[in-house]
Ligand binder design. Structure first.
Ligand code: KG4
Ligand code: ZN
Length: 339
């Protein structure tokens, strides 16, 4: 029997400090320290994020190793997020990973955060259900909205992207307009459960092919709220659930429509979603409905592997490890790392 491979994954691209231990494709631990400090600012403050990563990184890695019940000497390689993300945040995880790899004399592996979100689908799961190649993945997070065709672990192509805001940003900015805390996506999701999706209508962006646009969305919400306030000074409060449900419905329908076009164009029925917005319960429900209509095979990662986490970095690291695709100590983190 071949010896299992143990990988330490490090993720620090935005406002979560995370470390995970992976044994072959099985996650032994996945520790995530959220940064509460940003809440009062209504969005992530890059400088505060870097500082919080510095505070968190060692305790988070220690906890990941302890929870996995391994010794640091058991680790075969360390994988870290090279980009895209906030540069100051990336540098903290990257520098830690380099130091750890050098100190332990083990290989260093750099991972693209967006590819990490996609490869999270290959973490061992109970029903052993994984996407089959080729598949399409809608990666929707606070910073990105991409449709990707995946031919193999190391062969992916972006076939659609947002021209302005990301889907998560559309959720967060809408929430902010309604006076909700950051990040607003999960709150909109929760409040929508008691709302009517048809209460309010928003214009649909007319974007060709597989690209997305969400910036006009914010303007239509501002207009709607302004109009509402003319006749009711508590318009937002009195209609909060309906507003959330209608906003969520509009964003999700844009995503579903593009998935359907992509599936036809690429002739692929194997469909996956990834990234923080993939945690949205209404998107999951709509995708499930569409899968029956359109004969899609749907893949949605476990909730904890949707938002930013180091488990997805560790599994991406494993595929690179198997290809002997290692990084050098002089590799540089990149906020705008392309695919
Ligand atoms: O992937 P992620 O954790 O971080 C980035 O790489 O951006 O995604 C964070 C985004 C935020 O915009 C957040 O509001 C959104 O994912 N999000 C959600 C939900 N949970 C997280 N959006 C809608 N519904 C949710 N349940
Ligand atoms: Zn992300």
């Amino acid at each position: 029997m071949t010896k299992p491979v143990i990988i330490l994954g490090i993720e620090s691209s935005c406002d979560d400090t995370s470390a995970a231990i992976l044994k072959d494709r099985k996650i032994l631990s996945n520790i995530i320290a959220n940064q509460e400090v940003h809440k009062k600012y209504g969005g992530v403050v890059p400088e505060l994020a870097s500082r919080a990563h510095q505070q968190n990184i060692i305790p988070v890695v220690n906890e990941a190793i302890n929870q996995a019940k391994i010794k640091k000497e058991d680790i075969d390689a360390v994988a870290y997020t090279k980009g895209p993300g906030l540069l100051g945040s990336l540098l903290v995880g990257g520098s830690f990973a380099k130091g750890f790899a050098m100190g332990m004399k083990i290989p260093l592996i750099s991972v693209n955060h967006m590819k990490g979100h996609i490869l999270a689908h290959f973490i061992e799961n109970q029903d052993s259900r994984y996407p089959r190649f080729p598949f399409l993945c809608l990666t929707v997070s606070g910073g990105h909205t991409q449709l990707v065709r995946i031919n193999d672990f190391n062969d992916m192509k972006i076939i659609g992207t947002t021209l302005d805001d990301a889907a998560g940003e559309a959720f967060d900015k809408s929430a902010r307009l309604l006076g909700l805390d950051y990040p607003g996506g999960p709150l909109i999701d929760k409040l929508s459960k008691n709302g009517d999706i048809k209460a309010f209508q928003f214009g649909k962006p007319k974007i060709k092919d597989l690209d997305f646009s969400f910036s006009g969305f914010k303007t239509s919400i501002v207009r709607l709220v302004e109009k509402g306030l003319d006749s009711d000074k508590d318009f937002v409060k009195n209609n909060l659930n309906d507003l959330c449900a209608s906003i969520q419905h509009s964003i999700v329908e844009i995503l579903i429509e593009k998935i359907k076009i992509a599936s036809k164009k690429e002739n692929v029925k194997e469909i996956a979603i990834a990234g923080g917005v993939a945690a949205n319960s209404y998107l999951r429900k709509r995708l499930d409905e569409e899968s029956r209509e359109e004969n899609f095979q749907i893949h949605i990662p476990k909730f904890e592997y949707c938002t930013d986490n180091a488990a997805m970095i560790a599994i991406s690291g494993l595929f690179k490890y198997q290809n002997n695709d290692f990084s050098s100590q002089s590799e540089v983190s990149s906020s705008r790392l392309l695919f």
